[in-house]
Design a protein around this ligand. Structure first.
Ligand code: SF4
Length: 235
C-alpha cells in the first residue's frame, strides 16, 4: 500500500500522547518533553517532500504543546487506566479486536474511552454511530462490566471534546450488526466477486489490483475521464 502522510501524522501524534498519558512513563510530563517525544516518534513516510514533512512536524509540535496545556487533555478528577490498550472479544465465529487510545476512570466508577483525532468536525450524533468507537464500547464493557462508559473524542487542532454515552439498546443493535456483517464477510466467495468501477475507486489503495480485470479497467477509464481524475496511463 502507498504510505499516506495523514496516517504518519496521526501515528506520530498518538505516540507522543501515549507517552504523555502513560502513568508508568515519568519522563514525559511537560510541554518540552511531549514535543521531544513527538520528534523522537516522528514518522516521515508518505510526505511528498522534506519541506512538506517539516511543515507537518511544525504543526505537530504546536498541536502537542497546545494539548498538553489544555484542560481538554484530562479532567483532574480522572485517573488513566490504560493507554494504547488492545482488547479482544469473542463474537462466536470471529474475534473483535480494537486498540483504545486511552481509558480514564472517574471517582464515581464511570469510564471514559478517549480517542484523539487530528481532524475536526466530530459531533455527538456522529460519535453515537461511529463504528470504531462503538466497537471500543463493546470491548471495554466486556472487560469491565456494569459500569457507565462514555465515548469521548478530543480534536487536537481545536482542543475540543465531544462526549456521549451510548445506551444499552444502541450497543445491542450495533453488536447484532457487527455479527451479521462479520458472518457475511466470512462466508463470501471472494473469488467470484467482480470489481465494479465507481468514483471512490480513484483513491483506493487496491486500484492497481482491480485494474488487472479488463472490464473493470474499461469502466474505470470512463469514470476517470468523466471526473477529470487520473487517467489509467498514469497509474
Ligand atoms: S478499486 Fe477499491 S473501491 Fe474500487 S472496486 Fe477495487 S477494491 Fe473496490
Amino acid at each position: 500500500l502507498r504510505a499516506k502522510s495523514y496516517y504518519s501524522f496521526g501515528i506520530s501524534l498518538h505516540a507522543a500522547l501515549q507517552r504523555f498519558h502513560d502513568s508508568e512513563d515519568k519522563g514525559v510530563q511537560t510541554v518540552a518533553e511531549a514535543v521531544a517525544s513527538l520528534e523522537e516518534n516522528w514518522v516521515s513516510a508518505g510526505y511528498d517532500s522534506p519541506e512538506e514533512a517539516a511543515e507537518a512536524l511544525a504543526e505537530g509540535r504546536e498541536l502537542v504543546a497546545a494539548y498538553v496545556e489544555s484542560p481538554a487533555a484530562r479532567d483532574p478528577l480522572a485517573t488513566t487506566l490504560f493507554v494504547e490498550k488492545q482488547l479482544r472479544k469473542d463474537m462466536g465465529a470471529f474475534e473483535l479486536v480494537g486498540r483504545l487510545d486511552r481509558v480514564d476512570e472517574y471517582p464515581d466508577g464511570r469510564l471514559e474511552i478517549v480517542d484523539y483525532k487530528s481532524g475536526i468536525g466530530y459531533s455527538e450524533e456522529g460519535l453515537l454511530s461511529d463504528v470504531a468507537m462503538n466497537s471500543y464500547q463493546l470491548l471495554l464493557r466486556t472487560k469491565m462490566p456494569n459500569r457507565r462508559v462514555f465515548s469521548t473524542v478530543i480534536m487536537l487542532k481545536t482542543q475540543e471534546r465531544v462526549s456521549v454515552e451510548p445506551d444499552e439498546e444502541t450497543l445491542r443493535e450495533f453488536e447484532e450488526a457487527i455479527v451479521s456483517i462479520g458472518t457475511e464477510i466470512l462466508n463470501r466467495e471472494y473469488a467470484e466477486i467482480e470489481p465494479k468501477p465507481k468514483p471512490l475507486c480513484v483513491n483506493c489503495d487496491f486500484l492497481d489490483l482491480c485494474l488487472r480485470h479488463p472490464e473493470f479497467a474499461e469502466g474505470y477509464s470512463e469514470i476517470a475521464a468523466d471526473e477529470g481524475n487520473k487517467p489509467i496511463a498514469q497509474l
